[in-house]
Design a protein around this ligand. Structure first.
Ligand SMILES: Cc1ncc(COP(=O)(O)O)c(C=O)c1O
Length: 382
């Protein structure tokens, strides 16, 4: 008996779609509709008073819901529009022109991050992107060897988006701290499906968004900054919401807020935070440890079914090093994915990886069996 299937009625799309794409866009919780109505009613009835009645502080109050999922303390996470903004905000805390100007990452990092690192090179950073030897994983030895006394920031994915391979954040943080470097982890593909505890890992910064495993929809990225670093972190990419006293409209010099609002910038994305809350609450209620237990069972089931069907598996086979997604390298993967969508089975395709299939806590085993059966049929039909 799969206890977690009782959540299915909370996600309306599951009634008529085989939804195996939560690594890309998690299913919308039923409660989200009510939260968006609440947003409209608050704006309609409270008008400008809504700011002081909760809207202004939402980056921190909603951030605390994410904080619970990733092991941060209350008030230690702030919300932004997306993870790319959070990355730039952190980059802007550093001087990239000194001797310690190296940024270490993996070549399989998400492209948005790689573009940002490229931008940093224009202002003095030396970027070292450690190559993958197998196209699926980032070699831990290579990562550790690249981190040295000239490294300012190590910016890595927890789970690689293309292959779902998990990186050893603990080893990376340990090495970085040994040489005085800081670590930023991109938790986008782990938070909500792979347990992560930012404080226990000793991470300096962590970011991600809500579109995927957190079922929070677009427009709600989050940023964690280790609390003891707050006083020395003075983002150049800032704004009036980060000021200690924003409504004084002071001309400057900038005085940063003492709480996590110091890591915000301008007007918060209020409707996106209303929309995102139910996802965080549900993931919190279900519990990431329970989600992970089921995810390991179902990704193993998927791998077994793919093996039986003669489809090549393109993600780590060992559960401990695999996130929530199974990647299959089927011929004409893009066309197969489109045909599956016509059959109401949603998965996606990434060049260089293949068909990505992501069960979440609300997925039923029969849906996985159906998906693999249909992929085999479509491939055979050519
Ligand atoms: C691992 C990872 N990092 C970053 C991003 C980009 O995040 P955002 O669009 O919130 O900037 C994504 C989006 O798919 C992702 O998968």
């Amino acid at each position: 008996m799969d206890e977690l299937l009782r959540w299915r009625p909370e996600f309306p799309i599951l009634a008529n779609t085989v939804y195996l794409i939560s690594h890309s866009l998690g299913a919308m919780p039923r409660r989200t509709r009510d939260c968006l109505m609440e947003y409209a009613e608050t704006w309609e009835s409270r008008g400008i008073r809504a700011w002081e009645e909760g809207w202004w502080q939402m980056p921190v109050t909603v951030g605390s819901l994410v904080g619970k999922i990733i092991g941060a303390g209350p008030g230690e996470v702030v919300m932004h529009q997306n993870a790319s903004v959070c990355q730039s905000l952190v980059h802007s805390c550093f001087n990239w022109t000194g001797k310690r100007n190296k940024l270490v990452t993996e070549s399989l990092n998400f492209p948005s991050n790689l573009y940002l690192f490229e931008g940093l090179e224009r202002i003095g950073a030396r970027v070292v992107a450690v190559d993958s030897l197998d196209g699926l994983t980032a070699p831990l030895d290579g990562m550790l060897a690249a981190i040295d006394e000239e490294t300012q920031l190590v910016s890595v994915s927890h789970v690689l988006f293309r292959s779902s391979a998990i990186q050893d954040l603990r080893a990376i943080v340990e090495r970085a701290h040994e040489v005085g470097a800081k670590v930023m982890a991109d938790l986008y593909q782990s938070a909500g499906t792979v347990p992560v505890d930012v404080r226990d890992l000793g991470l300096d910064f962590a970011t991600g968004g809500s579109v995927k495993w957190l079922c929070g929809g677009p427009g709600a990225g989050y940023l964690y900054v280790r609390r003891d670093l707050w006083p020395e972190m003075r983002p150049a990419a800032t704004g009036w919401a980060a000021h200690k006293n924003p409504f004084a409209f002071d001309r400057g010099p900038m005085e940063y807020a003492e709480d996590a609002m110091r890591f915000t910038n301008g007007t918060p994305n209020v409707p996106a935070m209303y929309a995102a809350k139910p996802g965080y609450e549900i993931i919190g209620e279900v519990g990431v440890a329970n989600i992970r237990r089921k995810s390991i069972r179902q990704t193993e089931l998927l791998i077994g079914l793919a093996d039986e069907a003669g489809l090549r598996v393109n993600c780590p086979r060992e559960a401990a090093t695999r996130g929530g997604t199974v990647t299959l390298d089927a011929p004409e993967g893009k066309a197969v994915t489109a045909e599956l969508a016509r059959r109401e089975i949603l998965v996606d395709y990434r060049p260089g990886a293949g068909i990505r299939i992501a069960p979440h806590f609300y997925s039923a085993d029969e849906e996985l069996e159906l998906a693999i059966r249909e992929i085999r049929k479509i491939v055979d039909a050519g």
